[in-house]
Write a protein of this length. Structure first.
Ligand code: PGA
Length: 254
């Protein structure tokens, strides 16, 4: 795991953008994430696109997950969210921004079709990830198989609580989602996880230094040959080997 620690969330976004633009400019297949954490990265990428430093015109994108039961045009569906916060502001071809079909009549079939679509596209070159306070990635909640595929998942009460801020009240938060599985996510060639804020520090410690465990789904990154984790000081604050990670980052052999 490559661990980069930056002073502020803005510096986390800059460091992530430096990596992301190389993929976009090469026409790579990008895995996108919703949630609050990547918003600063999307703003940075939008600014760089306006300055002509990056283009998404040759890329396609797959989202990590989608609520089940929300119409895709509901403002909190991830289909709508990713367009509102990012892809509509840059030169992405809209039809090439795909997400699991959360409003499908048959969610199991939609989940299998999503894995198939990713495979048909040649796989994801770089998958952006956030981390939940309970260690989830995508909507893979604790107890998710480390080899799981895209599937219907029941949201953890903590996730429902965390996401209630986007809805009128807790009761309006969907209880189910379609999420890329941990096995699906692990097939991306490069994983890029961003975390900011002290409320993520326990999950980050469990991911980086805890055992490989379905109880902390993000710990599956320990198995990935190319995982980059970019943290701000607050999110990194519980890491036991923090000074070593800083040394590695500041004294790269190449
Ligand atoms: P957040 O969500 O970026 O809104 O904190 C991350 C996640 O739950 O995966």
């Amino acid at each position: 795991m490559d661990i980069l620690i930056r002073s502020t969330p803005a510096e986390v976004a800059t460091a992530a953008a430096d990596i992301f633009v190389r993929y976009a400019n090469a026409g790579a297949t990008l895995g996108l994430a919703t949630g609050s954490t990547p918003v600063a990265l999307y703003q940075e990428l939008t600014s760089r696109c306006e300055r002509g430093e990056v283009s998404f015109a040759r890329s396609r994108a797959f989202l990590l997950d989608e609520y089940v039961g929300l119409d895709r045009f509901h403002e909190q569906s991830y289909y709508s969210t990713i367009r509102r916060v990012f892809t509509s502001h840059v030169d992405f071809i809209d039809e090439l921004v795909q997400s699991p079909e959360g409003d499908a009549a048959n969610p199991d079939r939609a989940a299998a079709a999503y894995d198939q679509a990713i495979r048909h596209a040649g796989g994801i070159d770089i998958q952006l990830l956030g981390i939940g306070g309970n260690g989830h990635i995508g909507f893979n909640e604790p107890s998710s198989s480390l080899q799981s595929r895209t599937r219907l998942e029941t949201l953890h009460p903590r996730t429902v609580q965390d996401n209630a801020r986007f809805f009128e009240n807790t009761d309006s938060v969907p209880r189910y989602a379609l999420t890329q599985g941990l096995g699906t996510i692990s097939e991306a060639r490069h994983l890029l996880l961003l975390a900011t804020g002290t409320e993520k520090s326990t999950a980050v410690r469990n991911m980086v230094e805890g055992p490989l465990s379905a109880h902390c789904p993000a710990s599956v990154l320990q198995l990935h040959p190319r995982a980059t984790v970019i943290l701000d000081e607050d999110a990194a604050s519980q890491l036991e080997d923090l000074e070593y990670y800083r040394f590695v980052d500041e004294h790269r052999p190449h």
